[in-house]
Design a protein around this ligand. Structure first.
Ligand code: SAM
Length: 288
C-alpha cells in the first residue's frame, strides 16, 4: 500500500502529475498517519459498515476506511486527483470512486443502492469552506448511523455547545436535533500539507434513532430557532416578534409566558425541548 501520509512519498507523487493544491477546494491533505487511522477506528468502521467518504484527496483516510469497511464510496470534486488515487487506492475492490460535487449527490438514494444490509456511516476530513452545507446535507439525508468528520475546532465546539454558552447557536440546535455530538480529538495544523491557519477537531455525530422532541412541524421549529438567535443578548420576545410579525409584541410575550419562561428570557439559553414547546405554542395560535 502506498504510504500516502509520508511526505517523502506524497511530494514526488504530486509532482509526477503536476498537481497543485487548490485553496478554493479546501485541499489540506493529511501527512500524519495516526490521524486517518484514529478517525477510521473511532468511527467504529468494520466489516458491517458501508462508508461514504467526502473528499478522498490523495487517499489517506480512504485507505484506512477500505482496510476496515465492507464497502466505501468516496466522492471527490477534483478530477485532477484521478491518476493519483489510481495509484494510492486502486488496489481496493471494496471502493467506488464517484466524481463530482457531494452537494449535488442524492445521498439517500446512494445509501439505499450501495449500502444495502450494511451500517451506513459518513466519514471525512471535510473541505472547510463548505462544512455547514455538507453537515446539513448529511444530517437531513437521515440515513446514516453516524457521521464522523474533521472540521475546524471552533465549528466542532459550536456543534457540541451547551445552552447559554458563547458557542451555542442555531447550527448547534440543528445538529443536536438530529444527532448526539461527541468531541473526539484535536489535530494541529502541522498534521496537514499545506498547513491550514486553524486547529482542527474530529467530532462524531451519533444520529438519534428517535427524536422525541414532540415537534409536529419541523419547518416551524427551525424558524423559531432562527428567531431565537437572531437578536443575541436581547430578550427572546424581541426576536420572536420580529421573526413572527403575525404574533406582534403582545403575542410573542403571551407565547413565552404560556411556555413557563420568564419574560426576560434570552433565546440563546433555551434547550431543544424549550424551543419545541414555543413552536407548539405558536402552531396552536395559528388561524386555521
Ligand atoms: N481526505 C483527504 C485527506 O484527509 O488528506 C483530503 C481532505 S481535503 C481537506 C478535502 C477534499 O475534499 C479535497 O480533496 C477536495 O478536493 C475535496 N472537495 C472539495 N469540495 C468538494 C465537494 N463539493 N464535493 C466533493 N469533494 C470536495
Amino acid at each position: 500500500m502506498v504510504d500516502v501520509c509520508n511526505i517523502q512519498v506524497m511530494k514526488p507523487l504530486l509532482e509526477q502529475y503536476g498537481f497543485r493544491f487548490s485553496k478554493a477546494k479546501g485541499q489540506n491533505f493529511l501527512i500524519a498517519p495516526w490521524v486517518p487511522e484514529s478517525i477510521a477506528r473511532e468511527a467504529g468502521v468494520d466489516d458491517t459498515a458501508g462508508v461514504l467518504e467526502i473528499g478522498p484527496g490523495i487517499g489517506s483516510l480512504t485507505q484506512q476506511l477500505c482496510l476496515r469497511a465492507e464497502k466505501v464510496c468516496a466522492v471527490e470534486l477534483d478530477s485532477r486527483l484521478k491518476p493519483i488515487l489510481g495509484q494510492t487506492v486502486g488496489e481496493f475492490h471494496n471502493l467506488e470512486l464517484l466524481w463530482g460535487d457531494v452537494l449535488k449527490l442524492d445521498i439517500p438514494a446512494l445509501v439505499r443502492e450501495r449500502f444495502r444490509g450494511l451500517r451506513p456511516m459518513a466519514c471525512a476530513n471535510l473541505p472547510y469552506y463548505i462544512t455547514s452545507p455538507i453537515l446539513t446535507a448529511l444530517l437531513e439525508a437521515d440515513c446514516f448511523e453516524s457521521v464522523t468528520v474533521m472540521v475546524q475546532k471552533e465549528v466542532a465546539q459550536r456543534i457540541a455547545a451547551a445552552p447559554g454558552t458563547a458557542d451555542y447557536s442555531a447550527f448547534t440546535i440543528f445538529c443536536q436535533y438530529y444527532a448526539q455530538p461527541r468531541l473526539l480529538f484535536d489535530v494541529s495544523a502541522h498534521c496537514f500539507l499545506p498547513q491550514p491557519k486553524v486547529t482542527s477537531s474530529v467530532i462524531q455525530l451519533q444520529v438519534r434513532t428517535s427524536r422525541n422532541w414532540n415537534v409536529p412541524d419541523e419547518a416551524l421549529f427551525f424558524r423559531v430557532v432562527r428567531a431565537g438567535f437572531a437578536m443575541r443578548r436581547k430578550k427572546l420576545s424581541n426576536g420572536l416578534a420580529s421573526g413572527f410579525p403575525e404574533l406582534g409584541k403582545q403575542g410573542a410575550a403571551d407565547v413565552i409566558a404560556a411556555c413557563d419562561l420568564g419574560e426576560n428570557v434570552r433565546g440563546e439559553t433555551l434547550s431543544i425541548p424549550q424551543f419545541a414547546s414555543i413552536a407548539r405554542e405558536i402552531a396552536a395560535r395559528k388561524p386555521r
